[in-house]
Ligand binder design. Structure first.
Ligand code: PLP
Length: 464
């Protein structure tokens, strides 16, 4: 690395430590923490402040679907900025937003035809919940307020979206909205009670839902919120048929179904939206973000069904206002880059991803042969390695061993960045990853886990 670059990176590190509050900091280092400065990206690779090139295993935060440094996306952003960089969505509209709304509606299942744009996933989820509240208030069902969410789910970091989370992390130090939200169990087949088949586990989850509705009263429950595959909860693919059964119960009880496709949308599971294409569920509302711009611009949104719009239009309160909007709703640059991103996804990248996915799974599943690995699970180009103390009884490894961080550290030395999650590591590579790159990624993972096993044995922490 040349001396100039090194000086600049050192300066950035210094500024970061002194002035940047990073997401999810802890009290003893808040306001005094430097995280590795990523200096550049290209395709599936990023380069860190040591000049090392790493495979971007999680595609940023499940978002850089078409990869880094894409010329077409950079051009789309520059062209739009030189044409119209911003307009007020309060009084006006713009061409990219209108065209993107139609294009998203064309891909969305059922009669989901109306799109509201936000600045990311949390604001998409907040918008969806606020819309549902508005919808019920206008229709004279002001008591229908509670939201069903699930342990293991992740929906964002605004007050309302964070209140829906059922996270792995300790949440003792944060405040949440509790009156509105009811948590259901996590549909994790790997962690189902011993002796229960996956089908029986699904039945139990559905019973829990029915009992919850009986207890709370359907007249008090507004919506169910769920990711098709729980991403940050550890890539949890629910039991077969479970989501469809939830959808049916929601329909029976006039509970709206909100599918959070912030991660699963825009090609990650092989489709623009996975709810219907993969899980046979037609939601009332879908939220999206991340992959919609491949992370090039902070954009998200919700797609709402035509039926809900008709219900509002036919209500007794024609003057009721959905008093909700963001300065950057329908941002023209974000929408322009999203349109070009969809061109790329449809113009070959989703086909490519479909081609390499079986090979990706062949290589990922082979890691289950390692002693530390309890399960490698996932769908599409989304995978999670869960480590266990004991393969035979799935006993979780001691969480304080930071096994995910250990594997990540070894893999980074070998050229792969992961997303560690306590005893798990998550991967969702850019969809442009090639077979050869998948081979490299799997080889590094294999070696990184082997080295972690050796460390844990040497430290006497684990003898598996
Ligand atoms: N929903 C899901 C499923 C997510 O994974 C995330 C972020 O990881 C969000 C919502 C929140 O999105 P954002 O961080 O863009 O606000």
């Amino acid at each position: 690395m040349d001396a100039d670059l090194q000086t600049r990176l050192d300066d950035a590190n210094d500024a970061s430590r002194k002035h940047l509050i990073q997401p999810w900091p802890v009290a003893d280092s808040i306001g005094d923490e430097a995280r590795s400065i990523i200096q550049s990206g290209d395709g599936i690779y990023i380069r860190n402040d040591q000049g090392e090139r790493l495979i971007d295993g999680p595609a940023g935060m499940w978002c850089t679907n078409v990869g880094h440094r894409n010329q077409a996306l950079a051009d789309a952003m520059r062209d739009q900025a030189m044409k119209l960089s911003y307009n007020s969505p309060w009084y006006t509209s713009n061409e990219p937003a209108a065209l993107l709304a139609r294009r998203i509606a064309d891909h969305a299942p059922g009669d989901l035809e109306h799109v509201f744009f936000t600045t990311g996933g949390s604001t998409a989820m907040d918008s969806a919940i606020r819309f549902v509240q508005f919808y019920n208030n206008v229709r004279g069902r002001g008591g229908k307020k509670k939201i069903l969410a699930r342990e293991g789910g992740y929906h964002g970091s605004t007050y309302l979206s964070a209140s829906l989370n059922g996270g792995l992390r300790v949440k003792n130090w944060m405040d949440f909205e509790t009156d509105l939200i009811i948590k259901l169990a996590c549909p994790d087949p790997f962690r189902r009670p011993a002796g229960l088949s996956v089908d029986a586990f699904a039945d139990r989850l559905i019973d829990e839902l029915r009992q919850t509705i009986d207890r709370e009263g359907a007249e008090n429950i507004a919506a169910f919120v769920g990711e098709p595959v729980m991403a940050s909860g550890g890539v949890i693919v629910p039991p077969p048929g479970y989501l469809k059964r939830i959808r049916d119960i929601c329909t029976e009880n006039e509970i709206l179904y909100i599918s959070d496709e912030v991660v699963t949308g825009f090609g990650r599971l092989g489709h623009m939206f996975a709810s219907e294409a993969v899980f046979d569920v037609t939601p009332d509302i879908i939220t999206f973000a991340k992959g919609v711009t491949s992370g090039y611009f902070p954009l998200g949104g919700m797609v709402v069904s035509a039926k809900l719009m008709r219900d509002l239009q036919g209500s007794n309160h024609p003057d009721a206002m959905f008093a909700h909007g963001l300065t950057y709703s329908s941002h023209p640059i974000g929408c322009a880059v999203a349109l070009r991103n969809m061109d790329l996804l449809e113009g070959g990248i989703m086909d490519h991803a479909a081609d390499v996915t079986p090979y990706f799974w062949e290589k990922m599943k082979a890691l289950e042969a390692l002693d530390l690995v309890g399960e490698v699970r996932g769908l599409g180009l989304m995978a999670c390695i869960e480590c266990v103390a004991d393969k035979s009884n799935k006993n979780p490894i001691r969480l304080d061993t930071e096994v995910g961080n250990r594997i990540d550290a070894h893999c980074q030395e070998l050229g792969l960045l992961l997303r560690p999650l306590v005893n798990m590591c998550v991967m969702s590579p850019p969809l442009v990853i090639t077979r050869d790159q998948i081979t490299t990624m799997a080889d590094i993972l294999h070696e990184g886990i082997l080295r972690t096993q050796n460390d844990l044995r040497a430290e006497g922490i684990w003898q598996g």
